[in-house]
Design a protein around this ligand. Sequence first.
Ligand SMILES: *Cc1c(COP(=O)(O)O)cnc(C)c1O
Length: 396
Amino acid sequence: MYGKIKEHLQNELHSIREAGLYKNERLIVSPQDAVIRLASGQEVLNFCANNYLGLSNHPALIKAAEDALHSHGYGMSSVRFICGTTNLHKTLEQKITEFFGTEDTILYAACFDANGGIFEPLFSEEDAIISDSLNHASIIDGVRLSKAKRFRYLNADMKDLEAQLILVKDARFKIIVTDGVFSMDGNVAPLDQIHILAKKYDALIMVDECHSAGVVGDTGRGVTELFNLRGEVDIITGTLGKAFGGALGGFTTGRKEVIELLRQRSRPYLFSNSLPPAVVNAGIKMFDMMAETSDLQDKLHHNTKYFISRMIDAGFDIKPTKSAICAVMLYDAKLSQNFAARLLEEGIYVIGFYYPVVAQGQARIRVQLSAAHLPAHLDQALAAFIKVGKSLGVIR
Ligand SMILES: *Cc1c(COP(=O)(O)O)cnc(C)c1O
């Protein structure tokens, strides 16, 4: 039986390799942090993790996880509604609600599941979902699972969004869906303008805050803080797998009735296991820390400004960003791979992205800043960028 498809799969794999698109995993043998150790023994500065607040290896979160292992055990062996809900799960949902200034929250195993389980229960044939063209894969998949009519607008293009809204003006319900921060450029969704259009055309708004929660806004409350729209967005999804500790877990937070219906109908919530107590308790600790101080956001914003301004001074072409993502534009795919390899030799771990991950001719290196980066780390990375940039003729 396997013979025929085996050959087919081998051919597929071969063509992925031929196209230069084969993804290899790099082995890390240390905790996730500003400095990581690779399996080769090499220690490198990490500029490609979503560890924006430096919490992935934070002692307070490790302690909270340990405490919960002892108080609530290792696994839940159940979905939420059968016997998978502890007091910790309810507390974490409450903390997320307070953090975003929403009405209620539902936890998922990952944001991929939150986005996968949001559209199908809420929208059907008579409804329209209008989605930014650069939205995350999990939104695209989630939209596909619903029967609603689908529309797309060019990334952050408000003229195009308005054109789509006019097209769907007779739909029963309309929802505009956008990432808060787009992961390849680091640009934020123009939520102020989206909000105006949503009002004008009677549409709901959903924002995926995966790359913006914890990061964007003075206190890290995300794009709703940046645009002073706290409580004005109907649905927010996010992850505990990026700034918020980096382990795993997703959530949907927003209007009370939306969340209540998701608990009844959302398939990844109903048919997938409950988050383990250790992860949940670390999440609670994390939101308690966020409620006390925004020191980590201050550090992250300072690091980001410092790094980007020095890169621009050095002559690099940097995409405008309002997040902790800095896209160093190189335009050429091969150059982006060479550049990243040379940086690794200099002890700087970054990734070069090229088509089809980004548009044709838009190859780049994506740098992700963290509150965990020390000034010396930033200076070492800057020196390496300048050295390699000069030797590859990217800057003078
Ligand atoms: C990372 C990411 C996700 C997926 O989050 P997980 O919790 O890792 O599943 C969803 N949406 C966006 C915009 C993301 O960046």
